[in-house]
Design a protein around this ligand. Structure first.
Ligand SMILES: Nc1ncnc2c1ncn2[C@@H]1O[C@H](COP(=O)(O)OP(=O)(O)OP(=O)(O)O)[C@@H](O)[C@H]1O
Ligand SMILES: [Mg+2]
Length: 579
């Protein structure tokens, strides 16, 4: 945990080191002020007044003012440096988290869930920032105060100071009881915060679905429940926390009363000076305040430990897909699956794909068809190495995909994901994800192949149309076509379309396939589709069933011999006939 703290102070080491130094100077000066005051009061009380009384008052008074001003100055400096250090720390931490997450494979992201990653990058970082600030400020202030004030109290009156041997442990024990009781309550509260945040996030991400299903009331109720749970646990914790002040005050006033009683007696009978008593009382406040502070920091440090732990889980996660050694580029579009087993959980008893053997020559157009959940997406995701195989190997251009570095591999393999997204920005900007140097003509050419050019031109702003966040301004079918165009701009050796024309009408779908064949040079194309019509003119078609390849053949061959294919075909013919 301290490793996270030290690692992320980069660029802010000076303010991080200076803050505790400033704080210590501030505390030490504050400790001397009561002693100076005691000297003044005691001299004024002496009979007869010493000859140089004016001198004593003025010099000690000036010292007091000086100490006060310097303490204030160092306090202000500490405030500044701690703010610089802690905000810088938070920035570094956010940056390292984000950088780490960018290296994550799909499997890594699956493991944490998106909502939790967002909370870890935001709320948890805020908690860590607060903890960091306390660590460099209060952690040094409280013990310094405690030790120094106790020493000073013993120096000016050892017997009276013995009273602190009772009040310090008393306050310490009482506060610890509160802290121990309140800690699990705070932990519970934080957990419920997580749930509450996740509710908001899930709802907002899917706000359109919520509205479509008129689930607003249900969502409001769900959120209300989450906030109610936060309220209940917060209230329980607060109910305990309100005890803190009465306890502290009782111990503090008790100590003051005891000091007054015993000290008063000593003033009357033993000639103790009033100034000494006043100073002792001030020390008593300083001592007990620092005990309280220590208790409070321990609560908040323990609390932020949970956050730091969640952060370090992300930082310590090993991206399970790492770059290969070779820096060759993908030379051609041949693909070979050799005895491939695959499992999302890396568990051989829970295989998603089993015993896959598939050989595709460069430039072929291959269809993949099968029922939902049969492993079509899982199969093609192995080609650009979004996941790694469990057994066997996937080869692109005759080379195991694990040998390529990821940049080269993914440059060569373009994939239009089943759940694809566009980003905020203009159409042209989105296209440039495929190739940042693409000229306008190239963009238009890609859009023509994807049958997107015409509708883009029908927008008033054409290619400069702003898409809004997540590409909300275009229809489902338009979005799919833009995603295909974007993938084409990478000029890949292999193009994978995972159900990418499901929202496009049959005629446009056919036009896209025709253009892919005629307009785009040598490129291997994999088409996953639900419709037979989308794959029937492919060089061959792979039929997937329950994670295995059921059959491979042309449309005619499969129609003749494969029952699954016949079933799909017949059901779709029936649909056509009914229409
Ligand atoms: N990220 C994931 N983590 C764990 N299991 C997954 C994940 N994605 C898919 N699966 C599981 O793997 C199996 C195959 O899913 P896959 O997405 O490959 O099917 P599919 O053939 O593409 O289906 P569809 O036609 O509905 O897109 C399913 O049982 C699914 O539950
Ligand atoms: Mg799929």
């Amino acid at each position: 945990m301290f490793k996270i703290m030290t690692k992320n102070t980069k660029g802010y080491v000076l303010p991080t080191v200076l803050t505790p130094l400033f704080v210590i100077v501030e505390s030490v000066l504050e400790i001397f002020i009561p002693t100076l005051m005691a000297t003044i009061v005691n001299s004024l009380q002496s009979t007869p007044l010493p000859d140089d009384i004016m001198n004593i008052v003025v010099s000690n008074g000036l010292l007091m003012v000086g100490a006060g001003v310097v303490a204030l100055l160092f306090g202000a400096l500490a405030g500044r440096t701690s703010a610089i250090a802690s905000t810088g720390f938070a920035r570094n931490l956010r940056a390292s988290l984000f950088e780490k997450i960018q290296q994550f494979s799909f499997a890594n992201v699956d493991k944490f869930s998106t909502a939790s990653l967002v909370t870890r990058c935001t709320t948890d970082v805020n908690n860590a920032q607060t903890a960091f600030m306390q660590l460099i400020r209060v952690v040094f202030r409280a013990p310094t105060m405690l030790i120094m004030a106790t020493v000073m109290a013993f120096r000016i009156h050892a017997e009276l100071a013995l009273i602190f041997f009772i009040s310090i442990p008393l306050l310490g024990i009482l506060m610890s009881i509160v802290v121990i009781k309140v800690h699990p309550m705070f932990m519970k509260m934080l957990k419920r915060y997580d749930t509450m945040n996740a509710t908001v996030q899930e709802d907002l991400v899917a706000i359109r679905v919520v509205k479509a299903y008129v689930r607003e009331d249900y969502e409001i109720e769900r959120y209300r429940k989450a906030t109610e749970e936060v309220r209940v646990s917060q209230l329980a914790a607060e109910k305990l926390m309100v005890l803190v002040n009465p306890i502290a005050n009782t111990v503090m006033y008790g100590t003051t009363v005891a000091l007054l009683l015993i000290g008063g007696r000593e003033i009357i009978y033993l000639g103790l000076k009033a100034g000494t008593l006043t100073a002792l009382m001030t020390y008593s406040t300083q001592i007990l305040m620092s005990v309280m502070m220590i208790c409070f920091i321990s609560v908040s440090l323990v609390l932020s430990r949970a956050s730091l732990q969640r952060i370090s889980e992300v930082l310590n996660e090993v991206p399970d897909i790492s770059d290969g050694e070779s820096d060759v580029e993908v030379e051609n579009g041949s693909i070979d699956f050799e005895n491939v087993d695959f499992s999302y959980s890396n568990n051989k008893d829970n295989l998603t794909l089993e015993g896959i053997n598939l050989h595709i020559k460069s430039g072929q157009m291959v269809g993949i068809i099968g029922g939902t959940g049969d492993g079509k997406s899982s199969l093609v995701q192995l080609i650009p190495r979004f996941y790694d195989v469990l057994n066997g190997s996937v080869k692109v251009a005759g080379r195991d995909v694990r040998e390529y570095n990821l940049k080269n591999l993914r440059e060569g393999v373009s994939m239009v994901l089943q759940k694809n997204v566009l980003f905020s920005g203009t159409i042209k900007e989105n296209m440039k994800w495929g190739d940042e140097n693409a000229a306008d003509e190239e963009i238009q050419q890609a859009c023509k192949v994807a049958q997107a050019h015409d509708f883009v031109m029908s927008f008033p702003d054409g290619y400069d149309t702003d898409l809004g966040q997540g590409g909300v301004n275009v229809s489902g079918g338009q979005k799919q076509r833009l995603c295909i165009a974007r993938a084409l701009l990478k000029k890949p050796k292999i193009m994978i379309l995972d159900d990418s024309t499901s929202a496009v009408d049959t005629a446009t779908d056919a036009a896209i396939r025709a253009a892919l064949r005629s307009e785009v040079g040598h490129m291997t194309t994999l088409i996953i589709a639900q419709r037979i019509s989308s794959v029937q003119d492919c060089d061959f078609i792979v039929v997937m069933n329950d994670g295995k390849i059921n059959d491979i053949g042309t449309h005619e061959e499969l129609l003749e011999r494969n029952t699954i294919y016949q079933e799909i075909y017949n059901s779709q013919q029936k649909g056509v006939a009914e229409e």
